[in-house]
Design a protein around this ligand. Structure first.
Ligand SMILES: Cc1ncc(C[n+]2csc(CCOP(=O)(O)OP(=O)(O)O)c2C)c(N)n1
Ligand SMILES: [Mg+2]
Length: 343
């Protein structure tokens, strides 16, 4: 994987050690959640489809460390990591995956519909490229209301080939909206390698077509993601408009749990796991800095394991929704209550 030269002010380095440890903690919490979800899915405890974020944790973590609860994000079908890093509760997420009433969508949405408006997580999305226009709308609302909120739209390399990408970038650019488009270039869109599916060399190159800035960073290095996001989110907050940040990463697991993965070799995957694991890379950095030791690392894993086991216990002990509830909560408002909306 190529990594581009840092062009951003180096803010990671100035963070206090608690904040650096917090970055690692978030990455480990996401990894532990996802590892458990994979196991549960293979044991047929979780229905539907799940897409894992393993190997991509540095992106959600590095970006979200620059956002507050009042800021918004839109997510993808691979959204667990975004939700966790934005502050969603793992117990309610797990309950949703289990299809239980205590889940974020009362057990009726599953993995690809997890949302938590109370922390600014506007939703995972089963529609590839479905988040672009939601993020642009959120950013427009911030601009109109003159708040200093920012919206971040996470999307894949495959999603950058959708029409919604292009219309969203254009509108955000001409109206100078406070939105950051964060591309997670994990080298594949389902079975299609980016070397085949992308017309440009980099997703970031496409920014030029809309007159905005585009950058490529190593998405497996949380420090690079943090610095880039800090700068670009800061600019958006100051009214300087949108930008496109491409984070190069690698999807370590199949497209979905159960993917036969006929489109790549085991050797390719193993090399990335061995050499480019974002958690291993960052743990090493923190150890070299003297911020972390083996006991500290083991403690982070133990705490995450405890949290996720508690989430599973919560999910398993929660009831399923009743069949009579199937048609409830389908609309965000009742047309009877707001006749002017449908007039
Ligand atoms: C509009 C639309 N087209 C196709 C699909 C089927 N689909 C689900 S995920 C996916 C690939 C997405 O690739 P990418 O955007 O790179 O995200 P990644 O899975 O790599 O995170 C496709 C084609 C879909 N869900 N929605
Ligand atoms: Mg992809």
């Amino acid at each position: 994987m190529e990594s581009t030269q840092a062009v951003f002010p180096e803010r990671y380095i100035a963070l206090p050690s608690e904040r650096k440890m917090e970055l690692l903690r978030t990455m480990i919490r996401i990894r532990t959640f996802e590892t458990k979800v994979e196991e549960l899915f293979l044991n047929k405890k979780i229905p539907g489809f799940v897409h894992l974020y393993i190997g991509e944790e540095a992106i959600a973590t590095g970006v979200m460390a620059n956002l507050g609860k009042e800021d918004w994000i839109t997510s993808t079908h691979r959204g667990h990591g975004h939700a966790i890093a934005k502050g969603a509760q793992t117990a309610r997420m797990m309950a949703e995956l289990f299809g239980r009433k205590t889940g974020y969508c009362k057990g009726k949405g599953g993995s690809m519909h997890i949302a938590d408006f109370s922390v600014g997580m506007l939703g995972a999305n089963g529609v590839v490229g479905g988040g672009f226009n939601i993020a642009v709308g959120a950013a427009l609302s911030a601009q109109i209301r003159r708040t200093n909120q920012v919206a971040v739209c996470f999307f894949g390399d495959g999603a950058s080939n959708r029409g919604t990408f292009h219309e969203a970038l254009n509108l955000a650019a001409i109206w100078k909206l406070p939105v950051l488009f964060v591309n997670e270039n994990n080298q594949y869109a389902s079975t299609t390698p980016v070397s085949y599916g992308l017309s440009a060399q980099h997703v970031a190159d496409r920014a030029k077509g809309y007159g905005i800035e585009g950058y490529t960073v190593d998405g497996n290095d949380v420090r690079q993601v943090y610095d880039a996001a800090s700068y670009l989110i800061g600019r958006a907050r100051e009214g300087k408009g949108p930008a496109l940040l491409e984070c190069l990463t690698y999807r370590v697991k199949g497209h979905y749990v159960g993917d036969p993965e006929k489109y790549r070799t085991r050797e390719e995957v193993q090399k990335m796991v061995n050499e480019r694991d974002p958690i291993k890379l960052f743990s090493k950095v923190l150890m070299e800095e003297g911020t972390l030791n083996d006991a500290g690392l083991a403690k982070l894993y133990a705490e995450a394991e405890e949290e996720i086991l508690a989430a599973v216990a919560f999910a398993e002990s929660s009831p399923y929704p009743e069949p009579e509830e199937a048609l409830e909560d389908l609309f965000s408002f009742s047309p009877k209550e707001f006749p002017e909306v449908i007039a």
